[in-house]
Ligand binder design. Structure first.
Ligand SMILES: NC(=O)c1ccc[n+]([C@@H]2O[C@H](COP(=O)([O-])OP(=O)(O)OC[C@H]3O[C@@H](n4cnc5c(N)ncnc54)[C@H](OP(=O)(O)O)[C@@H]3O)[C@@H](O)[C@H]2O)c1
Length: 298
C-alpha cells in the first residue's frame, strides 16, 4: 500500500495539537491543518504547513478541506462548554467527530487517529467523558482504519493543568484542593502523546486499537503539587482540604471559577491506567514524571 504522505489535523492550534504537528513534521509527513478563523496566530512559527479555514461543526467544507489527505488526526475537544456559541460537549465531541469521520471516509483516508480521554466510557458521571465515549463509538464504526488514544492528564508548556498548579505554587504558601487531593492521576508528557500519534501512522499493529495513555507514575493531586514545587525549586505548599460538596455550588454559580462542575465530577475519580501497551506498541520509552516536570518548569 502507498505510504501515508499528507496528514490532515484538527485541533492543531491547541496545546496538544501544536506538538502533534511538530511530531508529524519530524516524521516527514506533510501536514494540513484545519484552522478556525481567528486562531491562525496559534500556528505562528509553523511555516511549512498547509492551513485550511474551517470548523468541525461545518461538515460541508470538511470534505473539500481533507481532499488529497492520506490520514486524519482528530484532536478537537473542549473542557468547558459555551452553550451561547453552540460549543456544547455533545456538538463538539460527538457531532464534530461524526463529521470528521464521515469526511475521512468520503475522501478515502487510510488512517483515522482519534484523541479521546482516560475515563471515557458509557454511563460515565461527567458529560465530558460520556460524550468522549460517544465520539469513540463514531470512530469505531468508521470504515477507515482507526486508532483511539485515551490520555490521563497531559502536561507541557502551555497546558491548562500543571501550568495552573505551578502558578498557584509560585504565588501561595497554602492551596485549597478538592477533598484534600486524594485523587490519582498519571500525567504524561505532551511530547510522548504527540510521538504516539505520529508513529501510529506507520505502525499497522495500532489499527483498531484503543490505547490508554499515562506517564510511568500515578500520583495523587497532593503529590503532584509537591513534585511541581520540587521542579520549581520552591518550598512545598500546605494543602487545605476543600470539600467538593462546598466547592460545587460555587463552581455552578460562577462561570469564571477555575473548575467547572463537570470537571469536579472528574476530579473525584482516579485517572490512572496501565500505559505499558501504549509505550510498547508505539516504541516509546516513558519519561519519568519528575524529569518531565523539571524539563517543563525548571
Ligand atoms: N490537555 C489534557 O490534559 C488532555 C487530556 C486528555 C485528553 N485531552 C484531549 O486532547 C485534545 C486536545 O486538548 P488540548 O488540551 O490541546 O485542548 P485545547 O488547547 O483547548 O485545544 C483544542 C483545539 O480544538 C480546537 N477546536 C475546538 N472547537 C473546534 C471546532 N468547533 N472546530 C475546529 N476546531 C475546534 C481548538 O481550536 P481554536 O484554537 O480555534 O480554539 C483547538 O485547536 C482534546 O480532545 C482533549 O479533550 C486533553
Amino acid at each position: 500500500m502507498r505510504p501515508i504522505h499528507r496528514v490532515f489535523v484538527t485541533g492543531a492550534t491547541g496545546f496538544v495539537g501544536r506538538v502533534v504537528v511538530q511530531a508529524l513534521r519530524a516524521e516527514g509527513y506533510v501536514v494540513r491543518c484545519l484552522v478556525r478563523p481567528g486562531s491562525e496566530r496559534d500556528l505562528r512559527g509553523f511555516e511549512a504547513i498547509e492551513r485550511i479555514p474551517g470548523d468541525v461543526l461545518a461538515p460541508q467544507a470538511l470534505e473539500e478541506a481533507m481532499a488529497g489527505c492520506d490520514a486524519v488526526v482528530h484532536l478537537v475537544g473542549i473542557i468547558r462548554e459555551h452553550p451561547a456559541s453552540g460549543a456544547t460537549f455533545y456538538r463538539v465531541h460527538v457531532q464534530g467527530t461524526v463529521n470528521v469521520a464521515a469526511a475521512a471516509a468520503a475522501v478515502g483516508a487510510r488512517r483515522l487517529l482519534h484523541m479521546s480521554a482516560l475515563g471515557a466510557r458509557e454511563g460515565a458521571r461527567s458529560d465530558y467523558h460520556r460524550t468522549k465515549w460517544a465520539a469513540e463509538e463514531a470512530v469505531r464504526s468508521s470504515p477507515v482504519p482507526w486508532t483511539v488514544f485515551r490520555p490521563s492528564v497531559i502536561y507541557g508548556p502551555g497546558d491548562g493543568f500543571v501550568s495552573a498548579l505551578a502558578r498557584l505554587v509560585r504565588r501561595f504558601p497554602a492551596i485549597p484542593v478538592p477533598d484534600g487531593g486524594r485523587q490519582r492521576f498519571q500525567p504524561v508528557a505532551v511530547e510522548q502523546v504527540a510521538q504516539g500519534f505520529a508513529r501510529a501512522l506507520a505502525l499497522p499493529a495500532t489499527v483498531k486499537q484503543a490505547f490508554e495513555v499515562g506517564g510511568p507514575t500515578a500520583v495523587t493531586l497532593a503529590e503532584l503539587l509537591d513534585l511541581v514545587a520540587d521542579a520549581l525549586g520552591r518550598r512545598r505548599v500546605v494543602k487545605l482540604h476543600a470539600p467538593v460538596a462546598l466547592v460545587r455550588p460555587v463552581a455552578r454559580l460562577l462561570p469564571w471559577f477555575p473548575v467547572t462542575p463537570d470537571q469536579l465530577l472528574m476530579l473525584q475519580e482516579d485517572s490512572v491506567c496501565d500505559p505499558a501497551p501504549f509505550f510498547a506498541a508505539l516504541r516509546l520509552t516513558p519519561v519519568p514524571l519528575a524529569e518531565g516536570l523539571r524539563r517543563m518548569l525548571g
